[in-house]
Structure formats: C-alpha cells, structure tokens
Design a protein around this ligand. Structure first.
Ligand code: AP5
Length: 217
C-alpha cells in the first residue's frame, strides 16, 4: 500500500505514520526526520536544509524530491510506504506522480489529518522527541515515564529547533499557502480521505483504520 499523510504541523502525521507502519509492515518515510538526520550528520544537504528548517520554511523542492526518490528506491519501499510530510507543494506532488507512474505504482490513498491551529500549537510547543528512535512525547498528553528519557530506549528527549511558538505560526501559515492546495489536487483524483485528528492518539488511529477500510470499499 502506498499512502501520503497530509495535515498541519502537529496534526499527528508522525504519530499515526508510526502506528500504521508497524501495523502494515511498510516503512514510514518522513522527510522531516530524514532532513534532520542530514543536519545532525553535517552533510552538504543538511547544511543547506538547516537554514530553511530553523526558520520554519520549506527546503527547496529539487533537494527534497531527489532525496525522496532515492529513499523510495530502497528495497523496503517496494512493498509500500507511508509518506509523512511529502509532498508539501504542487511541484513535489507532480514529481511524485511522475516517479510512481514510471514504475506503474500509483498512490492508493492520501489521508488528511484535521486539527485547529490552537491545538496544533499546543501539541508542538509541548512535544519532546527521542534523539535515537524519534518517538515523540508530549509534556501534557503523553509524558515519558521518566523525566526527559525515552520509554523505549532510555535515550535523552530533545526539543527541535523549529518548535517555538513564533516559528510554529510561520509553519502553519506556510502550510495554508503551499500545502493546502494539495488537498484539492488529490481530491480531484478521488484519493483524499479526511480524518478528524482532535481526539486521543489511539482514537485517531481507529478513525484512520476505519477511513482506509471504507475507502477501499
Ligand atoms: P516535519 O518534521 O515534517 O514537520 P511538520 O510537518 O511540520 O509536522 P510535525 O512533525 O511538526 O508534526 P506531526 O504532524 O508529525 O505531529 P506529531 O505526530 O509529531 O518537517 C519539519 C521541517 O522540515 C519543515 O518545516 C521543512 O522545513 C522541512 N521539510 C520537511 N518535509 C519537507 C518537504 N516535503 N518539503 C520542504 N521542506 C520539508 O505530533 C505532535 C505532538 O502531538 C507530539 O508531541 C505527539 O506526541 C502529540 N500528539 C500526536 N497525536 C496526538 C493526539 N491525537 N492527541 C494528543 N497529542 C498528540
């Protein structure tokens, strides 16, 4: 199965992609996580990407498209994938369409997770991420058992450099301007399913599974 997850920053794309990836045994391909790995490793892509990411801006299309095309060529992606945070612009969506058409492996579904701006801001400002396994926690809604250590591997939890309120507001505005048009792009193709993501994560997972099953008929 080949899925794209859309939604405001903080909508829970990463949380739900991790859930579905484990359930279906297909990889979660998060462009945000891959870019942050490049930043951490100090690659030339990471050095360029960082200037955009820290300001809450999008990394240029050509860099991200190339990175995703390479990732989708890896063997684990042949049985399917969940694209978490890609595409984010119409040119990225067209590039993805072209790459998938070449292999005759079109998308099965695009899921849009819906939340309001105030909830998005509260989720991101309160988020902590494990530096190793990338699991996320929230200081109010899903705190770790031990202060600032990951329940899964004990590694320290970190704050991202784009999680202050001002940067989050900039990211929300950019989503409206650049990414929201993709909802129409995929709706016209009959691919869009909306999931109300303002509920506890386990409930959202149930809604996701139900939404995908209904779409498959
Ligand atoms: P990226 O890392 O993709 O950030 P994002 O899309 O802005 O989304 P987030 O990761 O902030 O939120 P999420 O929806 O995954 O929510 P999460 O599950 O973590 O991208 C970062 C940057 O990289 C971009 O700004 C850009 O610069 C660059 N970039 C990436 N892709 C790009 C592209 N394609 N093109 C150009 N540039 C690109 O949940 C958030 C919090 O809420 C967590 O604490 C979680 O525990 C909690 N939570 C989740 N679900 C629930 C729930 N149901 N109830 C309560 N709490 C919940």
């Amino acid at each position: 199965m080949r899925y794209v997850f859309l939604g405001l920053p903080g909508a829970g794309k990463g949380t739900q992609a991790r859930f579905l990836s484990e359930r279906l045994g297909i990889p979660q391909v998060s462009t945000g996580d891959i870019l942050r790995e490049h930043v951490q490793e100090g690659t030339s892509l990471g050095i360029e990407a960082r200037t955009y990411m820290d300001r809450g801006e999008y990394v240029p299309d050509d860099l991200v498209v190339r990175m995703v095309e390479e990732r989708l060529e890896e063997p684990d992606a042949t049985k399917g994938f969940i694209l978490d945070g890609f595409p984010r612009t119409v040119p990225q969506a067209r590039a993805l369409d072209a790459a998938l058409a070449e292999n005759e492996t079109p998308l099965d579904r695009v899921v849009k997770f819906t939340i309001t701006d105030p909830i998005a801001i509260r989720r991101i400002v309160g988020r902590y991420t494990c530096g190793v396994c990338k699991r996320t926690y929230h200081d109010r809604w899903s705190p770790p058992k031990n202060d600032l250590a990951c329940d899964h591997d004990g590694a320290p939890l970190e704050k991202r450099t784009d999680e202050d309120e001002l940067t989050v507001k900039r990211r929300l505005a950019l989503y409206r301007q650049q990414t929201e048009p993709l909802e129409g792009f995929y709706d016209e193709r009959g691919l869009l399913t909306e999931v109300d993501a303002e509920a506890p994560a386990a409930e959202v997972s149930e809604r996701l599974v139900r939404g995908l099953a209904e779409a498959e008929g």
